[in-house]
Structure formats: structure tokens, C-alpha cells
Write a protein that binds this ligand. Structure first.
Ligand code: GDP
Length: 475
């Protein structure tokens, strides 16, 4: 049953979201607009129509449909049946939530560009995280998928991976008997042959293979912009290159009702009343080279220098709560409570120099990454969303967790540059120049010239990232 009241155009994010999805099954889809400032960045009409076309394709070819069953037969028999007209890309998880969301988005754009249907292998650690994104259809790979048990063993060294088959000359553009299924390895430690995925010539082979099974944990989407086969379509879909994840992320990833409840109750209880909300995302990759004291110094120097938070008078104590100055809420996300405790103590015990009243919050401190734990992932997803609702963001260099928050929220963060060898960088932080996430492991190969190239120098809107000099991102 559909709700009779139709959501407004704003709630549909400028046409990004389909109007006729069941609302109660996914409250966040149309409610999130109340927690975010309306995005000034509208999707192109071409992207909107492409998404509606995709939804039709997914409904026709998705799990449990006649076409799906036919394609499964094709997969099992290994014989390509030319009358079967559905083709798929199956995404397999690898790594933390931020990496997963960015690689799923890349897989979705690839599916859009190649008229494939995206299916997600949802392991138990991912259950109840997201709403189904497409109307009247599921993107979850059914549990009775024929090679389910084999999916776990698929990794870099798998003999049937596209990269290994190319390396061992088991497949090329003139291969007549193509397999019905191929494995693509697109994770951070992939090798030269896996990266030939980004060459137009190799894409011509993949075009005729109905099932592609992709193990990915990277935001490989920027490299699709370097391929001539996708150039024209991408320029129509995304006239503004800096908005690719902002649009696709908000289209695909809506918190489940369970996670949405965590988000909204936290927001209402602690953040709603403040006049300004500041999110500080702290992600430390190596505690030895980045000691907590150094990171704390870096954060305070950055928020002071950029005038995001006021200084306190350490010589004075707060005697009575002041109700005069502007109220600011700081949302800290981190695996550890250290930064929250320091900052909370500082602002609760000492008055600020400018009279502002600062309250500090941290929803959880999980101590360690536990990406196989569903409840842990739900908390991480809730925090990414809370960060995306802040007015101002400070994020940690290198972190996909932060990239997702900035992209969904449409806010260019101040990036805390990486501390190396216990040395606080100078400057300590800098404003991101583009909203897009960074692709940390781009190919550096010119497919036509067959030699190495710096892929950040070929087209004007693809450049090196602010936080990783060898990474590339869209501008
Ligand atoms: P990245 O490693 O920073 O690029 O981000 P990922 O999201 O891919 O992986 C880090 C994972 O560690 C997250 O998905 C969470 O599981 C966990 N994690 C890291 N930082 C936080 C945090 O601030 N809050 C919570 N709840 N979990 C975090």
C-alpha cells in the first residue's frame, strides 16, 4: 500500500528519489530532508531519467523474476544464451563500512553505464543497515544463488579472476567461447592485470559476459571518467563532476528504520537545540606514529585557526551555566573516548573567551574496528549520518568514513592532515576543494600508449586529492 500523500520535490531530492516507494518501510528516505539543509546541488534531468530507466530494468531482471531465473540457468550451465537479456554485477563486501559504501556506489555507476543490474551479497554483518533503494524490487543477492559458497573464497589469487585470466592469456578480445561469469578483483591490493578493467579494450570483453562478480573496497568510480567508452554518457549524467557521490550516495543509501531511530533520537536529544553543530571525525590509522596528545593538539589548533570553536580561559572556572552566548554542539566520532573527554572537560569547566556555550557529545566508542559485527556497523552507519547532518565538518585525512559523511551532507570539510612520525603537519588542516571522495588506489596506466601515466594530469576535472598525493578525485 502506498501512502496517499506524495512527498514534495524537496523531499525527493530534486527528483533523485522515486516518488512512489512505500514510505513506512523506509522512514529515512523522505524524512532525512528535515535533518539536512536542502542541497543547492540538483541532479541533472538526464541522471534522473537514467535512474528511472534503471529502476525499470532492475524490476524486470531483479531477484525472483522470470528473467533472473533464466539468467541463473545460463550461469549454471556456463553457456551464454543470447536470448537472455539481463546482465548483472554482483558486489561482494570487503573492509569497513565507508569503503563498502564507496565501492558499492562505484559498482552502481558501472552498472548504470553498462546496463547491468547491481546485486549486493549481504552478509549478516550488513543486515538491517540500508533500505532497499529500488522500487518494488530487491538488490540483495538471494541466498540460493548457485555459487554462494564459492563467493567467500574469491580473492586476488583466484584463478578465474579477470586479471589472472588476462595474465595467463586465457581470455582476450577474440575469445569465441566466453564464460557466463567472470570475477573482478577491484580492491586496494589489486595488480596490474586486475586494473586492465579500466581499459576500453578489456571492457569490450566484459560487455558480453552476463554475470560479473566484483570484490571491491575502493572508490574506483573516478577512473571510469578516463574511459572513452563512458565519456559521453558521464558528461550528460554529471555536468557537475564534484557531485557524483553526493547524488548517487543520497539515492542509494537510506538508513533502515532501526538505524534511523538511533539517528533521530540522538539528534533530537543532544544536537537539535544548538544554534550551530560541528562534527569532528577522528580516525587514527596508527597509534604509534599519531599519539593521542598530538592529535588533540592538532584538532584544537585547527578549530581555533579556522574559527570553528572558541578558546577557553583556562585560568577561570565556570561557576554557573551561562545562557548568553551562541550555543554550539560538537559531535565527536572516534573509536576511543579520549578526545571527547578532553574537549568535554575543557568546555564544561572553563568559560569561553567569546561567551559561546559549547557542549560536546560522542555517541559511541567502540575501541576497535569490528566490521563483521552487525550492531557495530549499525552504530558506525548512524554516526556517519549524524556527521552528515552537521553544519560544519572536520574530518581525518585518508578516511572513507569521513568521505561518506561529507558526500551525503554536501559539506566540504576541513581535513586534518595526516600526522607522520609524530610530527604535526603545517598547516594542521585545510578545506577540501572538492566534495568528492578520494580514490586511494588509482591505476597509473595509459591503456593506449601501454605505459605508466599520472592519471591526475589527463582531464581537467580529475586531480590529486588534498589528503593523499597519489590518490585522485573529481573536481
Ligand atoms: P576508514 O577505514 O576510515 O576508511 O573507514 P571504514 O568505514 O571503511 O572503516 C573503519 C571502520 O571502523 C568503520 O566502518 C567502523 O566500523 C569503525 N570506526 C572507525 N571510526 C569510527 C567511529 O568514529 N565511530 C564508529 N562507531 N565506528 C568507527
Amino acid at each position: 500500500m502506498h501512502d496517499s500523500s506524495q512527498p514534495t520535490s524537496d523531499a525527493l531530492l530534486g527528483g533523485l528519489l522515486p516518488p512512489d516507494i512505500r514510505r513506512k518501510s523506509c522512514l529515512s528516505r523522505y524524512q532525512s530532508i528535515s535533518y539536512h539543509k536542502s542541497s543547492p546541488h540538483k541532479p541533472s534531468p538526464y541522471l534522473v531519467s537514467k535512474l528511472r530507466e534503471y529502476e525499470k530494468l532492475h524490476k524486470r531482471c531483479g531477484p525472483y523474476t522470470k528473467s533472473y531465473k533464466k539468467s541463473i540457468k545460463e550461469l549454471v550451465s556456463g553457456q551464454i544464451d543470447s536470448s537472455s537479456n539481463c546482465r548483472y554485477v554482483v558486489w561482494l563486501a570487503n573492509c569497513g563500512l565507508g569503503n563498502r559504501i564507496l565501492s558499492m556506489t562505484s559498482a552502481f555507476l558501472y552498472a548504470l553505464l553498462t546496463d547491468r543490474v547491481l546485486l549486493i551479497n549481504e552478509e549478516s554483518d550488513m543486515s538491517n543497515m540500508f533500505c532497499e533503494p529500488f522500487p518494488d524490487a530487491s538488490w540483495i543477492l538471494p541466498e540460493d544463488f548457485p555459487f554462494m559458497n564459492q563467493l567467500y573464497s574469491f580473492g586476488r589469487d583466484y584463478a578465474q579472476s579477470f586479471g589472472n585470466m588476462l595474465e595467463n592469456r586465457m581470455i582476450n578480445t577474440s575469445t569465441e567461447l566466453l564464460p557466463s561469469c567472470l570475477y573482478l578483483y577491484l580492491s586496494h591490493d589489486y595488480d596490474h592485470h586486475d586494473k586492465l578493467f579500466f581499459c576500453d579494450q578489456e571492457q569490450a570483453i566484459l560487455r558480453n559476459i552476463p554475470w560479473l562478480i566484483m570484490k571491491a573496497n575502493i572508490y574506483f568510480l573516478p577512473s571510469l571518467f578516463l574511459m572513452s567508452s563512458f565519456e559521453e554518457e558521464l558528461s550528460k549524467l554529471f555536468p557537475d563532476k564534484e557531485m557524483v557521490f553526493h547524488h548517487l550516495g543520497r539515492y542509494l543509501f537510506h538508513p533502515s528504520n532501526q538505524v534511523w531511530k538511533l539517528i533521530t533520537s540522538y539528534y533530537k536529544k543532544y544536537l537539535a537545540k544548538a544554534e550551530e553543530r560541528i562534527g569532528i571525525q577522528i580516525r587514527i590509522f596508527d597509534n604509534k606514529t599519531s599519539p593521542v596528545e598530538h592529535v588533540m593538539d592538532q584538532i584544537l589548533t585547527c578549530t581555533d585557526k579556522e574559527k570553528l570553536l572558541p578558546r577557553v580561559d583556562m585560568g577561570k572556572s565556570i561557576v554557573a551555566p551561562s545562557g548568553k552566548g551562541k550555543s554550539k554542539a560538537v559531535l565527536i566520532t572516534s573509536l576511543v573516548p579520549y578526545y571527547y573527554e578532553k574537549m568535554m572537560n575543557m568546555y564544561s569547566k572553563h568559560p569561553t573567551l567569546n561567551g559561546e556555550v559549547v557542549a560536546v557529545y560522542q555517541p559511541s566508542h567502540e575501541e576497535e574496528q569490528q566490521s563483521e559485527n552487525n550492531v557495530h556497523n549499525q552504530k558506525a552507519w548512524a554516526e556517519i549520518n549524524l556527521l552528515s547532518m552537521m553544519d560544519v565538518l572536520v574530518t581525518s585525512a585518508w578516511s572513507t568514513f569521513g568521505y561518506v559523511a561529507q558526500g551525503l551532507g554536501g559539506k566540504k570539510p576541513w581535513i586534518l592532515y595526516k600526522i607522520e612520525n609524530k610530527t604535526i603537519p603545517d598547516p594542521v588542516c585545510g578545506r577540501a576543494k572538492s566534495l568528492e571522495p578520494c580514490f586511494h588506489a588509482p591505476p597509473v596506466y595509459d591503456c593506449k600508449a601501454k605505459r605508466e601515466v599520472d592519471t591526475a594530469t589527463i582531464i581537467p576535472y580529475l586531480r590529486h586529492c588534498e589528503d593523499i598525493y597519489w590518490g585522485i578525485k573529481l573536481f
